[in-house]
Design a protein. Structure first.
Length: 216
């Protein structure tokens, strides 16, 4: 191996450690995955999905992109949601943002970073939707924290409004959409108290989540 041999060494040690504890682990997992959760998180290297919630391989289906954005026409994200809901029958979709998100900060500042500006435009739309709330805050740190939280709340609504989730609810499939945020400084998750389990909860729970964030 010419390059990145450390990573292959790490991989061998990791697989050996798991096999030592559970000799059948990989054999079993290679035949089937049955995760209960779909995680939609930020690509940030400090947010390793499974590790944060202590789940083993096989226990969580994962989609990550810059600033954990769910766009109605993003075929990549929609395909992940559809496979997770219709084929794997996950019971929970977790949208998890994080404080200190560089993507959210770039959107807040209106920075010019290149192609990604178009992606972050969706976060800027949220910034404008909640302009009055954000403008009432004194420091950029506060505005940044709040926009990280608001962005999660907006994306929870986007997930809940996809045809995939709407159709699942119409079929009577049990499916909850959660909004969480991760604090890099202590490694802990905060629940943003927006957990949507049926269509008529979207509007009132969105409203109460935003009101709570206003009063923070
Ligand atoms: Co981020």
């Amino acid at each position: 191996m010419r390059v990145l041999s450390d990573l292959f060494k790490n991989n061998q040690a990791w697989a050996a450690e798991i096999t030592k504890r559970d000799p059948e682990f990989f054999q079993r997992l290679s035949k089937q995955q049955a995760p209960q959760y779909l995680w939609i998180g930020c690509s940030d290297s400090r947010m390793p999905a499974n590790q944060i919630v202590g789940l083993a391989p096989g226990e969580m289906f994962v989609h990550r992109n810059v600033a954990n954005v769910v766009v109605h026409t993003d075929l990549n994200c929609l395909a992940v949601i559809q496979f997770a809901v219709d084929v794997l029958h996950v019971q929970h979709i977790i949208v998890c943002g994080h404080y200190g998100c560089g993507g959210v900060l770039a959107a807040l500042r209106g920075e010019k970073l290149g192609l990604i500006d178009n992606w972050l435009r969706h976060v800027q739309d949220s910034r404008e939707r909640h302009g009055a709330l954000l403008d009432s805050l004194k420091t950029e740190t506060e505005r940044h924290d709040r926009l990280c939280e608001l962005n999660v709340v907006e994306q929870v609504v986007h997930v809940s409004r996809t045809t995939i989730v709407q159709d699942a609810w119409t079929r009577g499939q049990a499916l909850s959409v959660h909004g969480w945020i991760y604090e890099l400084r202590d490694g802990l998750l905060r629940d943003l108290d927006i957990c949507i389990t049926r269509p008529n909860e979207i509007a009132p729970l969105y409203q109460s989540a935003v009101t709570r964030l206003k009063g923070k």
